[in-house]
Design a protein around this ligand. Structure first.
Ligand code: FAD
Length: 454
């Protein structure tokens, strides 16, 4: 699109640094500008982009236009009604800087705070509390969206627009540009999490323990040692720490939220730095760092508990120029055995992976394309451009699809159209809503082309 607005032309990719796209980037300043860009653009030419933390090709369109909402960063907090209205370009980090000192936290957060509100809604992100609180979309009360006709509309889960609301939650930016949204926030007494960690000697024990803590802890997640024969792991559970319990401690009254990345990974690392030796040592240290038996609970800062990876800037460079992929699947609860099967298969070809993450997901919401279903979700970082890994993942995809599982679109860079269409069963209904919101098919992304979503 030829625009009088300031534009930059750039090669971009997702966080996994695969699937490069050459795009024009526009940073509009007003809603009117966004509307005009949409009205004057040809079909299949625009997609929104947040902070580019989705791993694959969701926030790009080869040869097309990227709309970045860097100029849309206002936050209006209403602490009386426990809710926030924020513009879509604001990051979770920026929201947390405002609300934590006032005694509030996000209803759902992923494993990084370096994402935008727009990206959180479009991917309907989930966190360590999905088993209790569902995904981010469950807590959104209103969205303003500029649709494919360049018209800005208000969507809510409770009015006559509710189907378009749920098509936008998890809709991967394909229903329009999210301008701002209102969502609920939760009160906290301190900026600490009371964490309990448990070493589990194998994957079966890990799954059993995790199933049992559902009601006791708001947050839970597990890391698996994928290089270990029995796939031992560490289960980490937590609740927000309460002042009443820590009356005599000075620090616990603290509602501060300070964060500085401690390290930076340059983008000149060789591709083979991720060798078996490095990963084995890393996984071993991680396991030994946790107490042998269940111990007195430990206080962790919000940054250390939720965002350990944010301590290293550009950690995605560690895989070198070839990049990496994150394989995140979910399988229904009754198919927990599939998790071990996947780990065995990957170990069988010596696929190198830092600690895979396991999480139990709760009920899905009413959206059509969101990832979470009740079940077990496993996320594994793997080197990209490796034929053996790719062909094994193709085989695993089929097994996951066969038992009613699916792959997370915000992490995906490689699944086939066949697997996607077999596993996202509400796609047809979503497509009907898309046709109404965007009849000229203005919004398109590389993932939408690869999977023929539209
Ligand atoms: C270290 C790390 C940990 C993560 N942990 C988790 C996790 O625990 N749980 C989880 O669910 N996800 C997780 N993710 C994935 C991440 O939360 C999502 O990919 C999120 O969408 C990224 O937000 P973003 O602002 O970077 O969006 P981008 O990656 O830039 O875009 C993602 C999607 O949102 C759309 N989008 C962005 N802004 C708008 C807008 N204004 N209007 C319309 N559409 C828009 C884009 O078109 C694209 O489809 C993690 C990612 C990383 C790198």
């Amino acid at each position: 699109m030829k625009s009088s607005l300031k534009t930059k032309f750039k090669k971009i990719s997702g966080w996994g640094k695969t699937n490069l796209a050459s795009v024009e980037i526009i940073n509009p300043k007003t809603i009117k500008e966004i509307e005009n860009i949409i009205i004057n653009s040809p079909p299949k030419s625009i997609i929104a982009r947040g902070m580019g933390r989705s791993y694959g090709d969701a926030a790009q369109i080869q040869g097309g236009t990227i709309l970045k909402l860097n100029n849309f960063k206002e936050i209006f907090a209403n602490y009386n009604s426990n809710e926030i209205t924020a513009q879509a370009g604001v990051s979770f980090e920026e929201i947390l800087e405002v609300i934590i000192p006032k005694g509030y936290f996000l209803p759902v957060t992923p494993g990084t705070k370096k994402i935008t509100l727009g990206g959180a809604i479009a991917a309907d992100i989930h966190g360590k509390n999905h088993h209790q609180d569902g995904s981010f979309g469950n807590h959104v009360k209103r969205i303003r969206l500029t649709n494919g006709m360049g018209k800005t509309i208000t969507l809510s889960p409770n009015n006559e627009n509710k189907e378009f609301f749920w098509a936008t939650i998890g809709g991967m930016g394909l229903t329009g540009i999210i301008i701002d949204a209102t969502f609920s926030i939760i009160p906290i007494e301190t900026s600490y999490i009371e964490e309990e960690t448990t070493r589990c000697k194998n994957i079966e024990v890990l799954i059993k323990e995790m199933s049992e803590i559902d009601t006791k802890y708001k947050y839970s997640v597990a890391w698996i040692d994928s290089m270990h024969n029995d796939f031992r792991g560490i289960l980490s559970c937590g609740n927000h720490a309460k002042i009443s319990k820590y009356n005599n401690s000075k620090n616990i009254k603290d509602l501060s939220f300070k964060h500085k990345a401690k390290a930076n990974i340059p983008d000149i690392l060789p591709n083979n730095i991720m060798n078996k030796f490095v990963i084995k040592i890393f996984n071993q240290l991680w396991y030994l760092k946790s107490p042998k038996t269940r111990k007195k609970k430990k206080l962790k800062s919000i940054n250390n508990f939720f965002y350990p990876l944010d301590a290293i800037n550009n950690w995605n460079n560690i895989y070198g120029k070839k990049g990496f992929l994150q394989y995140q699947i979910v399988v229904p609860l009754e198919h927990s055995a599939m998790i071990k099967k996947i780990l065995v298969k990957l170990k069988g070809i010596n696929a190198l992976s830092f600690l895979p993450v396991l999480k139990k997901l709760g009920k899905p919401n009413k959206s059509y394309l969101s990832f979470p279903i009740s079940g077990w979700t496993l996320s594994i970082d793997l080197p990209a451009n490796n034929k053996e890994v790719e062909s094994l993942l193709n085989e695993i995809d089929k097994e996951v699809a066969h038992i009613g599982g699916r792959i997370y679109l915000a992490k995906d860079s490689r699944q086939s159209e066949y697997i996607f269409k077999k596993t996202y069963k509400l796609l047809n209904i979503w497509q009907e809503k898309k046709r109404i919101l965007d009849p000229k098919k203005i919004f398109k992304s590389d993932i939408a082309i690869r999977l023929k979503i539209i």
